[in-house]
Every structure is written in structure tokens, then in C-alpha cells.
Design a protein around this ligand. Sequence first.
Ligand SMILES: [Fe+2]
Ligand SMILES: [Fe+2]
Length: 301
Amino acid sequence: MDRKPIGAISIAIRDRSFKLMQDLIAELRQIAFSEVEPPYEDLLEVVHGIREDIEALPEPLVSWTLISALDEYEYVHPYDVAVFSIATAVAMGNVKRINDIGVGAFLHDIGMSLTKVSSTHIEGEGLSEDDILLYRSHPELGVRVLRQHPRISAFIKAIVSQHHERMDGSGFPRGFRGPDIHLYSRIVACADVYSSLLHRSYLDKTISPAEVVEYMMSLAGFELDKDVVRVMLSCVAPFPEGAKVRLSTGELAVVSQLPAGLLTRPVVRIVKKEGHSLVETSEEIDLRQPEHQTRLIVGIV
Ligand SMILES: [Fe+2]
Ligand SMILES: [Fe+2]
């Protein structure tokens, strides 16, 4: 049966957003930021497209984008953060200005393009002390890029400036706490952390996608807004449908269905070695069933 995987946004929308972000990042690296016009109208159209795809689903349920090289992260990450944020805002049910949340999510790390720390460091990992200072300036640099553009709302600027603030005051640049952080920034902050952890689980495999979910839950109520985390984890799957995964039994499998409600326990199809190639079998395992409780997904391969 030929159908769009659950959790996938139309490829045309996804590819258009990748191109927009790649062009914007390249421009910011080449010319003075005061001469760069953020592609507001185009991003708004992309956000509308993502919203339409999510709202057409029986319930908001999205997944993330597997990347093959670290340098793709700088334009795939903003797209994933936008998709996670929009899905969560739709699922929360009472959130206004979802378009601003989407555009703000796309632009949240735009200040990174003005620093020399960028694509090879996921969210500031592995930086020297000097580079950490530079990294920590990216929310404010981002606001400077957007400052003189009248179409960019105060909500979008708040998302950019506050996306590293944390509920317990441990964030930067201002150390805001709880309700001082705008709800839209709290949504994007949560999507930002989730996206960076999921990409790390895939790229350096130091944490499994299921552990990412556990870790997000441990941050809920401390660094991240607990209500936002709860809703996001109910509608953003840590395993993309079609992803090849390794089970704790050593078996390889492909995620074939993402059941709403328990996204860490998808239905998988076992893959067997035949000669030199791996072949998907018809053996399907529903990891929610009690007899499969001990089979865990330990990583994406
Ligand atoms: Fe950031
Ligand atoms: Fe980010």
C-alpha cells in the first residue's frame, strides 16, 4: 500500500523550508546582517503548509527527520523545531498565533550564522570557553538580525531571544524564570531540546531515542515547562516511521507503524539477513504487547 508515512510532512514543503533556511544562513555568512531580509512571507507559506498537513491528521502526530551528515543539521534542525512546535501548539488546543510560533521556530537559531560556531556543534556541545561565550550570544544576535524588519512580530523576537531561557532560571542570556518566559518561547525551547537530543541519538548514538524521551521527562517541571513536555511527547514520535532500528535482542527491524498514545513502543517489522543484503520480512511485532515487553529499541541504525 502506497501511503505517506504517519508523521511526515509533504516532501515539497519540507524541501522548500530546507532551501529557504540554507539560503538565509548562507546570506548571513556572506553579507552584513543589516542588509539581509529574512524570507518572512515564504516561511509563513511553509508554516501554513505544515499546519495544513498536521491538521489533516486524525490527531497531531509528527516525527523527526533523519540526517546523513552533521552539516545538514543547521537547516534540518530549524525545520524539525518548527514541526514539533506547531504540532504541540495545535495539540494544546488553546494556543493563538501558531503562525508566529512556526516562523519563530524556523528563525530561533538564526543568530548562530553570525558566530563561527555552527553546524558541527549541536547546541553548543564540545566548545572551548571562548566559543561558549560566542554561542551564548546567539539569541541576542538573532534578535539583531530581525530587529528592523516590521513584519517580524514581537512574539517571533521573543521566541528568538528566549529560546534558551529555562523554567528554573538556569538558562541564558537573561536567566528568566517560569512565567517570565513567554509561552511561545517555552514551546520552542522544548522542541529545540527534543530535536537536538534526537539528532544526537542518531548521529553519535550516546543516548537511545527512548532514553531521550526519559530525559525530556526528567527536565519537565525543572528546565522545561511540564505541560508543554507532556503534550509534545504525546504528539512527536522519537522514531520516524520507516526508520531502521536495533532491538535489545540484537534483531534489526523497521518501524512500520506509530501508534498514537505510546510513541516509544511502535509496531516494527523484523529485518533478516539474506546473503549479503538485509530483507524486510512480513514478521510484525507490536512492541506494546506484553509478550514483547522485554524487547527495547536501543538505537536507530
Ligand atoms: Fe539556540
Ligand atoms: Fe536550536
